[in-house]
Design a protein around this ligand. Structure first.
Ligand SMILES: [Zn+2]
Length: 82
């Protein structure tokens, strides 16, 4: 399996899981490192489990890495409030 990129939690997941939502059109993708981060991606109506897993891994790796916990955003607000 191809390597997965680092999670915003700081760890590098070794695997991703997925859950189909809204029928079969979308899926939630979640890494195995923590329960905090999930992304949503299209399934392209794929039915094959291995193909879905690859789509999940691709979506994880191509997701923007600008995610910040809401706490960090709050600090920025404080910095501009002098
Ligand atoms: Zn994580």
């Amino acid at each position: 399996m191809s390597e997965l990129k680092q999670c915003p939690c700081g760890k590098v997941p070794t695997d991703v899981g997925f859950t189909l939502t809204q029928g079969t059109k979308w899926m939630d993708v979640y890494p195995d490192c923590c329960g905090e981060w999930t992304i949503e991606t299209r399934t392209h109506y794929e039915r094959d489990e291995m193909a879905l897993k690859k789509l999940a891994a691709d979506a994880w790796n191509s997701a923007p890495r600008g995610w910040e916990p809401t706490d960090a955003l709050g600090e920025e607000d404080n910095a501009t409030g002098e």
